[in-house]
Design a protein around this ligand. Structure first.
Ligand code: FES
Ligand SMILES: [Fe+2]
Length: 449
């Protein structure tokens, strides 16, 4: 039976909210080796990762000339630096002398990069400035002034991307989303308020798969049924991109009592800056009431960009998948960026990296949605860039209740996918985003792309 759930069936066909036409991605049941085999991982390192645009970071981390951040993918470290002319450039974070990393921190601000090994100095534009004891080098070896090796870099909607092989389509063509989709959130005006990196025991694709559907919500996260619909709207875009609209501030259709406004919905109203006692309707009207209240608040606070959003965007999560390894939970107040970073050598591990981005507004009730799991006391002003919190295997990162449940789930699925008894994933139409993602991945691996 076709699954055609649309959050707003009356949305104009050309709006960002409209349900898109289905894409026929076939009915294959892929071989589960993709989830564990080293050979498959090597093919990804050769044919996927260097050829795509990778989300390296956010422009908020490199606002001023000399600001830089580093991004690790596999065995590579990439250095992204804001230039004097306002542009961004990226380089391999490798000293041209003997290969030391020239930047050893995640972030910083410098006038030039001095290699810690022998002190060679490089400008922010990658050029070699000085060689320590240059007179001791035969001129023939250094006459070409070996600087840092540049990498293609571009930005979209406050996000910084790099393309290692330099041959991907222009970023604007490669982003499969309609114009304005990410731009409306003005991520460039937000600041990272939490950045966490944890190691999970599964292939990176198990991570992507798990976050690409809400089919598992009633089973793994039953507590969400009182505040969230698990029948999401799934839409597929070109180039392996996709999104799901997850309605929030409603009860799941599986809950029999659709009338009583209980603790969950009261919490959601409060979370959205609304006084739950001011609401006298039934549960089914809460979502609209929250939307109205957020509109009024935006007007009061002079947040004009709210005019760009349809009502549904004020409550729902527009979870947006950027091929191959990113999902962004988009809300007007802030966005939650998840990256599924492959382990360099172990196909049975990945890094789950998430950045909570928030636009600070001087109002005590203005906050990112609770599902993002920001610990109490987090500085949300954006005054300082929080360091990346790194957690090793088995260490709890305090990601919030829902994500903590996913950690265990992904571990178990990772293990099960390696069993001789598992014949490959059987995807429903609620899992069409997963199929769409794997189909695109296969195009890269088979050189169709
Ligand atoms: S490796 Fe950088 S100066 Fe020697
Ligand atoms: Fe989950």
């Amino acid at each position: 039976m076709p699954y055609t759930y649309a959050v707003n069936p009356n949305a104009p066909a050309d709006s960002l909210e409209a349900k898109r036409q289905a894409v026929d991605n076939g009915l294959d049941v892929p071989d589960p080796v993709r989830y564990y085999a080293e050979d498959f991982m090597r093919r990804e390192w050769a044919q996927l990762w260097p050829r795509v645009w990778l989300l390296a970071g956010v422009t908020a981390d490199v606002r001023e000339p000399g600001d830089y951040f580093t991004f690790e993918i596999g065995h590579e470290s990439v250095l992204i630096v804001r230039q004097d002319d306002g542009s961004l450039r990226a380089f391999y974070n490798v000293c041209s002398h003997r290969g030391n990393r020239v930047a050893l921190n995640d972030f910083g601000s410098v006038s030039d990069f001095t290699c810690a090994f022998h002190g060679w100095r490089f400008g922010c534009n990658g050029s070699l400035k000085t060689i320590t004891d240059e007179a001791t080098f035969p001129p023939a070896l250094v006459a070409h002034r070996p600087g840092l090796t540049e990498i293609r870099c571009d930005t979209h909607a406050g996000l910084v991307f790099v393309n290692l092989d330099g041959k991907a389509a222009p970023l604007t063509d490669w982003i499969g989303l309609p114009k304005g989709y990410l731009e409306n959130y003005r991520i460039d005006e937000m600041n990272p308020v939490r950045h966490v990196r944890t190691v999970w025991n599964a292939n990176w694709k198990v991570g992507v798969d798990s976050f690409y559907e809400t089919y598992h919500l009633p089973h793994i996260h039953p507590q969400t049924q009182t505040v969230m619909e698990d029948f999401s709207q799934y839409d597929l875009y070109p180039n392996g991109f996709s999104r799901m609209i997850v309605p929030l501030c409603v009860k799941s259709h599986r809950v029999t009592d659709q009338q009583s406004v209980d603790a969950g919905l009261r919490f959601m109203m409060q979370d959205a800056g609304m006084d739950p006692d001011s609401y006298h309707g039934s549960a089914s009207g809460v979502r609209e009431a929250v939307q109205r209240s957020k509109r009024e608040r935006a007007k009061r606070l002079g947040l004009s960009h709210y005019d760009n959003f349809v009502d549904g965007q004020l409550t729902d999560s527009w979870a947006t998948g950027l091929f191959p390894n990113v999902q962004i939970g988009c809300h007007p107040e802030g966005v939650f960026i998840m990256r599924f970073l492959p382990h360099p050598d172990d196909p049975k591990k990945f890094y789950y990296d998430n950045i909570t981005m928030f636009r600070h507004v001087d109002d005590p009730n203005y906050f990112v949605p609770a599902w993002m799991g920001l610990p109490k006391g987090t500085d949300i002003t954006g005054a300082t860039r929080p360091p990346i919190e790194r957690f090793g295997e088995g260490q709890s990162a305090d990601l919030g209740e829902v994500l903590n449940q996913d950690v265990e789930l992904v571990h178990a699925v990772g293990a099960g996918s390696r069993s001789r008894g598992f014949r490959g994933p059987i995807w429903s139409e609620q899992e069409c985003r997963i199929r769409h993602f794997h189909r695109e991945l296969d195009r890269y691996l088979s050189n169709e792309k």
